[in-house]
Write a protein that binds this ligand. Structure first.
Ligand SMILES: Nc1nc2c(c(=O)[nH]1)N[C@H]1C(S)=C(S)[C@@H](COP(=O)(O)O)O[C@H]1N2
Ligand SMILES: [Mo]
Length: 300
C-alpha cells in the first residue's frame, strides 16, 4: 500500500488555516530544518485530541450495512474492497475506470486531523490519511462548463445487507459544488491513524468535507461525475426539508427536529458537557468566502 506516515507532516498539516495554505512549498522549505518541528508544535495546540481508533471504528453511520451505530462494524467486513476502481466521467478530459492502486500511486497521502460533525449532533476528531480531491480531479482534467461533482457509493446487495431496505434511494449519492470540491480542505480519505481505512468507515476511499455535516462525506466511492447541474443527493431526495444540498455546519440554523447549537463529543462519557458547535465546524476562516452572498439560513 502507498500509505505513508510522514512525521514532518504530522502536525503541520493538521486542521485549521494557514497550515494547509502553500503546504507543499512550506513543508519543502522547512523539511529537516527543525523549523518544521516548531511549526508542528504551534499547530498541535490548535487541534483537539483525536478520538481513539476504537471509537472511530465502532460508532458509525453506513446505512448500507444497517442503521444502528454498531451495525457497520459488525457487517461491513463483507464488502470486497480489492480490486477497486473508480469511474470518473462527465465533463472531464480523461474519463475512464481508474484502478484504486493506480490512483494511489499518483497521489500524495497526508495526515489531516479534522473535526467531524454529524447532522445528528454528535462529533469526533479523526486523524485521517488521504489526498486532496483536487489532485484526483486534476488527474482526470476538469473541463470548462463543469460546475458540480457527483459521487456514488458502491451498490452490492450481496455484500450490503442494508440495501434490501428502502431507507434511502440507493446507491448512496452525494455532491459538491466544484469550488467546494477543489478546496484544499476537501480530501479523499484512505486511512485512519496511518492504517488503511476500515470498511465501516468507507474503505477503500471516502470523501471528507470537514465543514459540512457528516452525511456529505460519502463512503466507498465507485463513481465521480463532473456535471453542469446540481446533482441529486440521497438524503436530500429522502427529506429535502431536513437535508439541504449545502448542509454546512451552522449552529444558528436548527434541524427541524433538534437544535444544532451544541454537540456531544463521542468518547466524552455519558455525563460529559455538550460543547458548542462552531460555525462551519471551526473552518469558517477557510471556507466562509465560498458562500459570499448566499443566505446561509436558506441553504441549509
Ligand atoms: N455510503 C454511505 N456514506 C455515508 C453514510 C452512509 O450511510 N452511506 N453515512 C454518512 C453519515 S450520516 C455520516 S455521519 C458519516 C459517518 O462516517 P463515520 O462512520 O466514518 O464516522 O458517513 C456518511 N457517509
Ligand atoms: Mo451523519
Amino acid at each position: 500500500m502507498a500509505h505513508r506516515w510522514t512525521n514532518t507532516l504530522t502536525y503541520a498539516d493538521v486542521t485549521p488555516r494557514a497550515a494547509f495554505l502553500n503546504r507543499r512549498q512550506v513543508m519543502a522549505g522547512l523539511a529537516g530544518s527543525g523549523l518544521a518541528a516548531m511549526a508542528g508544535r504551534a499547530q498541535a495546540e490548535a487541534v483537539p485530541e483525536p478520538n481513539s481508533w476504537e471509537e472511530i471504528t465502532s460508532y458509525n453511520n453506513y446505512y448500507e450495512f444497517g442503521t444502528r451505530k454498531d451495525d457497520p462494524a459488525k457487517y461491513a467486513h463483507t464488502l470486497k474492497t480489492e480490486p477497486w476502481s473508480v469511474k470518473i466521467d462527465g465533463l472531464v478530459d480523461r474519463p475512464g475506470e481508474y484502478d484504486f492502486q493506480d490512483i494511489l500511486s499518483e497521489m500524495t497521502i497526508e495526515k489531516r486531523i479534522y473535526r467531524f460533525r454529524c447532522v445528528e449532533a454528535w462529533s469526533m476528531v479523526v486523524p485521517w490519511n488521504g489526498f486532496e480531491l483536487a489532485d484526483l480531479l486534476n488527474m482526470a482534467g476538469v473541463q470548462e462548463g463543469a460546475k458540480y461533482v457527483a459521487f456514488e457509493t458502491a451498490l452490492r446487495p450481496d455484500e450490503m445487507p442494508g440495501v434490501a431496505y428502502p431507507v434511502l434511494d440507493w446507491p448512496y449519492r452525494e455532491g459538491l459544488r466544484l469550488d467546494e470540491a477543489l478546496h484544499p480542505l476537501t480530501i479523499m480519505a484512505t486511512g485512519i491513524y496511518g492504517r488503511p481505512i476500515p470498511n465501516q468507515n468507507g474503505a477503500p476511499l471516502r470523501l471528507v468535507v470537514p465543514w459540512k455535516y457528516g452525511f456529505k462525506s460519502i463512503k466507498s466511492i465507485v463513481r465521480i461525475t463532473l456535471t453542469e447541474d446540481e446533482p441529486p443527493t440521497s438524503w436530500n431526495m429522502a427529506n429535502p426539508r431536513e437535508y439541504g444540498f449545502y448542509s454546512n455546519v451552522n449552529p444558528t440554523v436548527d434541524h427541524p427536529r433538534w437544535s444544532q447549537a451544541s454537540e456531544r463529543r463521542i468518547g466524552g462519557g455519558l455525563f460529559a458537557k455538550r460543547q458548542p458547535t462552531l460555525m462551519f465546524n471551526g473552518y469558517e476562516s477557510d471556507v466562509a468566502s465560498l458562500y459570499d452572498g448566499m443566505d446561509l439560513s436558506e441553504y441549509y
